[in-house]
Design a protein around this ligand. Structure first.
Ligand SMILES: Cc1cc2nc3c(=O)[nH]c(=O)nc-3n(C[C@H](O)[C@H](O)[C@H](O)COP(=O)(O)OP(=O)(O)OC[C@H]3O[C@@H](n4cnc5c(N)ncnc54)[C@H](O)[C@@H]3O)c2cc1C
Length: 340
């Protein structure tokens, strides 16, 4: 019979489990109930005392101590290894956070297991069937394996975060043999929140296309105004910012650019495939190599001057054939008026 372990960790404030961790808990609960298998949840946190309140009935294991207040390969790998040994589970579900993604393969190796990454769904009633996408999200494969323990690294945003009634289970403390620590975490240097344009948890994806930096109806380029409109919208809406390839490529082609965009913003066949409930494309033509990156955007809208663009050909739910330089200021004004 299978037994399931879900590994979780605290957020940067060390006060709650991360959303991705709670998504993995949902996946673990579903799988455990389908297979009628026992569920264990492992917690990596400096102080796991109040964290069990956000977890369902299950066997709860935790490692604790200041060493786990910061992400660090050696301590996180030792913690996950100790939890894995204590649970002795056949299936281990791990949220694909920056913190766990880098240690998961090492931990699987230490426990003599196998690992698959980028898992988006887990099915099967008698066996475990893990789905992931290949070839830039064009081909979906369903994987099964006989090897155990089988580690599955779950992509964020593929399950709802657990928010059900908590269990009253006691937390069992697991001792960890820490190796000599060579790495001291002196702090985190990150861009200010409003400078960080890629926001995986945002409800909306705003995509900027190359049209923003092209000559407009008056024969002029308005790249500075374009930048202000886009950043204004991001500030007011909290949306995440994506880009077409053409627009980010312009940086290397001596053409007008939007300085806050990099290739990390690129959505599409050779870019990212983000997951958001809604998407708004602006000044972008909606060509297939770009739209393939919208596979997981549920509701799609576009603003394009071209009534024959790809969006109008069945790739968007709603298309506004309009000038984005006129629409976006109005949208920003409406958002500003809504702010308390
Ligand atoms: C192998 C391969 C891989 C690729 N991978 C990717 C990828 O990952 N991602 C990607 O994006 N592309 C990718 N491409 C490129 C892709 O085919 C398109 O060339 C690219 O998406 C076009 O970008 P765009 O729509 O922003 O620019 P354009 O094609 O230049 O379109 C600009 C649009 O803006 C509109 N516009 C201009 N001004 C305004 C205005 N004021 N208001 C409203 N609309 C306006 C224009 O009418 C036009 O429709 C790939 C291509 C290949 C061959």
């Amino acid at each position: 019979m299978e037994s399931i372990l879900v590994l979780t960790h605290v957020d940067e404030g060390n006060s709650a489990l991360t959303k991705a961790s709670l998504e993995a808990v949902t996946a673990g609960l579903d799988l455990a109930s389908r297979l009628n298998a026992p569920l264990t949840i492992g917690i990596v946190a400096p102080d796991p005392k109040n964290l069990s309140e956000s977890l369902p009935p299950a066997r709860l294991l935790a490692v604790s101590g200041e060493a786990f207040a910061q992400p660090r390969y050696s301590t996180d790998a030792a913690a996950c290894e100790a939890l894995g040994r204590a649970a002795a589970a056949s299936i281990v579900l791990i949220p694909s956070s920056a913190r766990f993604a880098r240690v998961a393969a090492g931990v699987a190796h230490r426990l003599g297991g196998f690992i698959d990454t980028h898992i988006t769904a887990i099915g099967g009633t008698d066996t475990v069937e893990a789905s992931r996408w290949f070839y830039r999200q064009r081909v979906e494969a369903v994987l099964t394996r006989d090897a155990r323990p089988w580690f599955l690294l779950l992509d964020a945003g593929t399950h709802t975060a657990f928010a059900g009634a908590p269990g009253s289970a006691q937390v069992e403390q697991i001792a960890v043999n820490l190796p000599a620590l060579r790495t001291t975490v002196s702090g985190i240097r990150a861009p200010m929140h409003d400078q960080q344009t890629i926001r995986p948890d945002a409800k909306l994806l705003l995509v900027a296309g190359a049209g923003w930096t092209k000559k407009q109806l008056d024969g002029q380029i308005h790249a500075v105004e374009a930048g202000q409109l886009i950043l204004g919208f991001l500030r007011a809406s909290g949306a995440s910012l994506g880009s077409s390839k053409s627009l980010v490529d312009q940086r290397g082609e001596d053409q007008p650019i939007l300085p806050f965009l990099t290739h990390l913003n690129q959505v599409g066949q050779t870019g990212a495939t983000p997951r958001h409930p809604k998407g708004l494309s602006t000044c972008c033509h909606g060509e297939e190599p770009h739209v393939v990156g919208w596979r997981f955007i549920a509701e799609r809208r576009a603003i394009s001057l071209d009534p024959n663009c790809g969006w109008t050909r069945g790739k968007a739910d709603v298309v506004y054939v309009a000038d984005a330089f006129q629409v976006m200021p109005k949208l920003n004004a409406l958002l500003a008026a809504k702010k308390p």
